[in-house]
Design a protein around this ligand. Structure first.
Ligand code: ADP
Length: 470
């Protein structure tokens, strides 16, 4: 497996921290942008109102100085003021006689700054300036007429240029933003600290659980029984991993046991003919047996038996790792072939084989494997039948059904539940491998095999295999 350098722990730590930092920056940026937008639009609106108010008085018909009711004079969030200067930048209004002295000083300060910095006010655009500790947004408008001490009024007699400069003090707004940003940063730092601490605790317990899971898996790998309780594995997911490993370990144990049993059975089956061969061979060597031919015949028979057993064992073990072919097989054709193979022995033993065939029993499968599965059942039937074997083929829903019956000795109750197990054989049995092979092959074809038997009356095997659907 390719090495992965990314550690889960660092990712668990980095990802939330990054998400936290990014979201905080976005919030701060959005907040800043929203406040700026709000301030600018409010300033535009208010300065516009200021000019409108002045326009109202500029018109000489309204010279009675009555403020129109639509004009909102007070603004607390962003206060708007204005001052009037003449062509030589002389501050005309407010002057040092004006009741609101502070307004006069601020106006003077702003005017001085504009003059000193040579800021062009003629383009009518809003400008942001910082005078001392205060920040203002400034816009100007030119009026031509006669100055009456407070306003410039349209006049035919006198036409001088005046400049009304409206300015909004946005310092309180900026201070407010600064204050909120500070609070936001403090809240973020506190919650980030709590968050990091919480993540740290979670990571520590994940780490502990992981190392316990690791210990458990290593133990299982060494085939030791390790018990894990829920105190050391804190999360459901790790418990699931342990459960899966436990199931896997049980499966391995089971397969080891099957293998062990297989070897035990195989050596047991091989020992009997081997001992017989050894006995006769030694007897011959020592000249104990007078009938040499009989002894040699027994030896040859036992060797044949062993070779047959080894063949069957090989066939069985091949099934475990042999990739099954999936080709179209006509079951009725295959069964007829198998019947033909056993017919000569059946005839020799005076056993009739009645076949009730049906055409087109196509399935997807492995021809060779199926052939050996049916042959094993038919060979047994010929071996145990008294006089008759019946083979019936049927279709039932999407299944093909093969029924093989004989009128033989039947299988007793003690044996019937075990005859498909490897190496299980009845009283007159051979090696006990044939039916195990048949069952495994049929199940590999998604089929089932069942047996019905009555002692002294006969045995019936029913095989069901799903048919090929077009
Ligand atoms: P083997 O035939 O080598 O003993 P099998 O796996 O083919 O092994 O069969 C297992 C056992 O099932 C046999 O030993 C026998 O006792 C019983 N058996 C199988 N088929 C029949 C049958 N048609 N009639 C009676 N008994 C049977």
């Amino acid at each position: 497996m390719a090495k992965n350098n990314k550690s889960l722990k660092s990712m668990l730590f980095l990802a939330p921290t990054l998400i936290f930092l990014i979201s905080f920056s976005i919030i701060l940026f959005a907040f800043d942008m929203a406040i700026n937008r709000y301030t600018t639009s409010r300033v535009y609106e208010k300065i516009d109102e200021e000019f409108k108010e002045y326009d109202f008085f500029y018109d000489e018909d309204n010279a009675d100085h009555i403020v129109p009711s639509s004009v909102d004079e007070y603004e607390f969030i962003i206060p708007i003021h204005s001052f009037l200067i003449d062509e030589n930048n002389k501050l005309l209004f407010p002057d040092n006689q004006w009741t609101l002295q502070n307004e006069y000083y601020v106006a003077k300060e702003v005017r001085d700054y504009i003059v000193e910095k040579n800021i062009n006010l003629n383009d009518g655009k809003i400008k942001k300036i910082t005078v001392g500790d205060n920040t203002y947004m400034v816009q100007s408008k030119k009026y031509v007429g006669k100055y009456d001490g407070i306003f410039v009024i349209k006049s035919n007699m006198e036409n001088k240029d005046y400049m009304l400069v409206a300015y909004a003090e946005i310092t309180p707004m900026q201070d407010f933003v600064k204050f909120l940003t500070k609070i936001l940063i403090i809240v973020t730092v506190i919650s980030a600290t709590i968050g990091v601490f919480a993540i740290f605790i979670v990571i520590r317990s994940i780490d502990k659980s992981l190392s316990n899971v690791k210990k458990y898996i290593i133990g299982v790998g060494k085939r030791k029984k390790v018990s894990v309780n829920s105190d050391v594995v804190h999360y459901k997911e790790f418990e699931e991993v342990i459960e899966t490993v436990e199931n896997m370990s049980n499966m391995i144990d089971e397969s080891e046991m099957i293998q062990k049993k297989f070897f035990q059975n195989a050596s047991h089956e091989l020992r009997t003919p081997l001992m017989s061969i050894q006995g006769y061979a030694e007897g011959l060597q020592l000249g104990v047996f007078k009938d040499k031919d009989k002894s040699l015949n027994i030896i040859v028979n036992e060797v044949n038996k062993m070779s047959e057993l080894v063949n069957q064992m090989l066939q069985l073990s091949k099934l475990d790792d042999y990739e099954m072919k999936r080709e179209v097989v006509d079951l009725s054709f295959e069964i007829n072939n198998c019947i033909d193979s056993v017919r000569s022995i059946a005839v020799k033993n005076n056993i009739s084989i009645d076949v009730f065939p049906i055409g087109n029993l196509k399935i997807l499968g492995d021809e060779k494997q199926l052939e050996s599965a049916f042959l094993n059942i038919l060979i047994n039937a010929v071996k145990y039948a008294k006089s008759k074997i019946t083979v019936t083929m049927k279709k039932e829903m999407e299944n093909s059904i093969i029924v093989i019956s004989d009128d033989g000795i039947g299988i007793n109750e003690k044996d019937i539940g075990h005859i498909f197990e490897r190496f299980y054989k009845g009283e007159n049995g051979n090696f006990g491998i044939g039916l195990a092979i048949s069952k495994e092959v049929i199940e590999r074809h998604d089929g089932t095999i069942s047996v019905f038997s009555k002692e002294g009356e006969g045995t019936t095997f029913e095989i069901k295999i799903p048919m090929l659907t077009n």
